[in-house]
Each structure stands twice: as structure tokens, then as C-alpha cells.
Unconditional design. Structure first.
Length: 363
């Protein structure tokens, strides 16, 4: 990625590296195997969660998936222990309870530390003016005009000073009356803080895919394998991206949680609406490095992060796509779709959900 001296582009690069990857190093945490078996299928889930039984399944791009990208290939067999997962993304109401209990301040609300930011940028990157280095987040430009080039992301993304989880569209906006909407403008660090408070953790990518598959093992979409059923099952973009959304699925932008049918085990919103953060590092070459003849046991992803479109920053995997996904540009409403997210980035179409194991709940 070429770094531009233009200040606006600086923030665009800082905050939407995950979206650029739509078209195109640190040691991993270890997730302890709990050696669960199918005997645990009767386990009573905590309120708001669903039990995902232990199983083997095919992870990655499925045969015949015309939207699959190289970073999703090859598909490979994995085994994942049983675990609990939230029925839906963490909501504004849930996140507000966390903030009230802890007085937590999200990344988007904190002063920007240039000395920290420049560590992840090319040497010699000029410092923006202090008037620009203000707390904020990325929002979709609902008034994008004629698009000259689909490679010019500035046309439909805006760095908004003052945008955060409480003011999702910037100063003057609010989440009043939106308790049941997914919380957005949360960075990876914010999600980890919530998890610590709630005695939960983020799912691994393999756990996320296991949950999305439900009681199946070889699905392309959470509802099955028919792309024609998309609008009835997910909040995505219809029409001409990014200038006209004809809202055939019932929502023009973000939608409340549980607005669409659950998958086969009762989990909602794992396709579209908001991207969901996982604990895995994002590496476009990870799947290609795996032994195709070996079943991976509770994989936790790549040991290092790598994306040619964002080589200077650490990234984590996001799953599920968002309300901005369209087949002509970002068909990430599929189970295998994966994209990178820099830990300090946030936007109005990124959220998260949590998981827990029996061991965590018994501590």
C-alpha cells in the first residue's frame, strides 16, 4: 500500500485497511482444548448463548463458491471442541451496561497518540495537524455521489471526528431507542475489555465457522447453499454499490439484532449487518501453509499477520460481512469469507460477539 501525504487519506488508510482487503507479528494466544465430546450436547447454555457441539467440519471456501477468494483456499478439515456462543452480536444495551459498570472509554473516544500510531506506518510518514488528530471513527458516506473509480475508497468513507459507539454518526447522533442494535465503532481492544468484564472471550475463526455451520458441516451460507436466499436471511446491500441501496432485504443500513431467521442451532446475524471480530491473526497465506492431509484440532490461526494491501500493521480476522456487502464488490456474506482488521481501527459496520467454555463458566 502506498502511503499518501494527504491527511484525509492518512485516516482512511489507518481505519479501513480491513475494507481495502475486500478486493485484493505477534505470537498467537493459545486456546486450551477442553476435550469435549458430543455427550455435552445437552449442556444448558447461559442466558443469551447457544451451545455449539464438538464436531469436525470443512473450513474455508466450499466447492462451487463463485465468490471465494484465494485467502479462503484451500478448504481444510478441522475439529473444534464444544463451546457456547452469543445468540447475536453484542448489543448497545449490553455494551452500555459494561461501560456503566467499568467507566470504560473506547479507542474511538480516546486522544490519538501519534507516537504510537507511527510505529505501524512507513518510516518518514509526516505527522498530521493536531486539529486532525482528534478522537473519532470511520463512517459510511451515505451521500456518496458519482463514483469515478471503485479503487478510490475515499468516495464512500468518511473519517468523522466525534464518532463513537454512543454517537455512531458523529456529534449530534445517538443510540437512543437503539438498545437492540449491535454496538459499533468498537476496536479489537474494546472487544477484549468487554470480554474480560463478562468472563467471555472472542471466538477463534474456526469456532466462528463451526457456529455458523450450525448442525451442518459443508455450507457456503448460514442458511444453506442457495445464494438466491440472501435477502431473506441477511442484511446486505442491494442495488448499485455504493450509491444506491434499494433495500430489498428490508433495511437500508444497519438493522436491529435478530431481524432475520436464526441458523439451524438458533444463532442470529452471522451473515451481513456488521462484521464480527475474532481472535485469529489475519494472514492471506495461512490456509495455503496448512497440511491438507491433517485434521487441525482447535486451530487458533496464523502465528503472524500478513496482508499485501496493509503490510505495516497487525490485523485480526473479521467474519460475516456487513450491511455494505454486495456481490459486485464485497461478497463477504459467506461463512468462509475473511478480512483483516487493525486492532485500533473502528467503524460503523464492525461489531463482535463472544464465546465461553464450560471451564470458563466454572471458574
Amino acid at each position: 500500500m502506498i502511503f499518501h501525504k494527504n491527511i484525509y487519506t492518512f485516516f482512511l488508510i489507518l481505519s479501513i485497511s480491513f475494507f481495502i482487503a475486500c478486493n485484493t507479528q505477534k505470537k498467537k494466544q493459545t486456546i486450551k482444548s477442553n476435550n469435549t465430546t458430543n455427550v455435552e450436547a445437552d449442556t444448558k447454555a447461559p442466558k443469551g448463548m447457544v451451545w455449539v457441539k464438538a464436531k469436525s467440519f470443512l473450513m474455508g471456501a466450499k466447492e462451487g463458491d463463485k465468490y471465494a477468494m484465494m485467502r479462503e483456499k484451500p478448504a481444510h478439515e478441522v475439529y473444534v471442541d464444544g463451546f457456547y456462543i452469543d445468540k447475536h452480536e453484542v448489543s448497545n444495551k449490553q455494551f452500555a451496561a459494561f461501560v456503566k459498570a467499568t467507566n470504560y472509554i473506547t479507542v474511538a473516544e480516546k486522544p490519538i497518540n501519534w507516537d504510537e500510531i507511527k510505529k505501524d506506518l512507513p518510516a518518514g510518514t509526516p505527522k498530521p495537524a493536531d486539529s486532525i488528530l482528534q478522537p473519532g471513527s470511520l463512517i459510511f458516506n451515505k451521500n456518496a455521489g458519482k463514483i469515478v473509480s471503485m479503487n478510490n475508497y475515499q468516495q464512500w468513507w468518511t473519517w468523522k471526528i466525534g464518532a463513537n459507539w454512543k454517537q455512531p454518526e458523529g456529534p449530534g447522533s445517538s443510540i437512543d431507542g437503539k438498545d437492540n442494535y449491535p454496538v459499533v465503532h468498537v476496536a479489537y481492544k474494546d472487544a477484549l475489555a468487554y470480554c474480560k468484564w463478562a468472563n467471555r472471550r472472542l471466538p477463534t475463526e474456526a469456532e466462528w465457522e463451526s457456529a455458523a455451520q450450525g448442525n451442518r458441516r459443508n455450507l457456503t451460507f448460514v442458511w444453506g447453499n442457495n445464494p438466491a436466499d440472501l435477502n431473506a436471511n441477511a442484511n446486505t446491500w442491494q442495488g448499485q454499490f455504493p450509491t444506491k441501496n434499494i433495500s430489498e432485504d428490508g433495511f437500508e443500513y444497519i438493522s436491529p439484532i435478530k431481524s432475520y431467521p436464526a441458523n439451524t442451532i438458533g444463532i442470529y446475524d452471522m451473515a451481513g449487518n456488521v462484521w464480527e471480530i475474532t481472535s485469529d491473526l489475519f494472514n492471506v497465506n495461512y490456509y495455503k501453509s496448512l497440511n491438507p492431509n491433517k485434521v487441525l484440532n482447535n486451530p487458533t490461526g496464523a502465528e503472524t499477520s500478513y496482508s499485501p494491501s496493509n503490510p505495516y500493521q497487525l490485523e485480526h480476522v473479521m467474519k460475516g460481512g456487513s450491511f455494505l456487502c454486495h456481490e459486485s464488490y464485497c461478497a463477504s456474506f459467506r461463512i468462509s469469507a475473511r478480512m483483516g482488521m487493525e486492532p485500533s481501527s473502528s467503524s460503523d459496520h464492525i461489531g463482535f460477539r463472544t464465546v465461553a467454555t464450560k471451564e470458563m463458566l466454572s471458574d
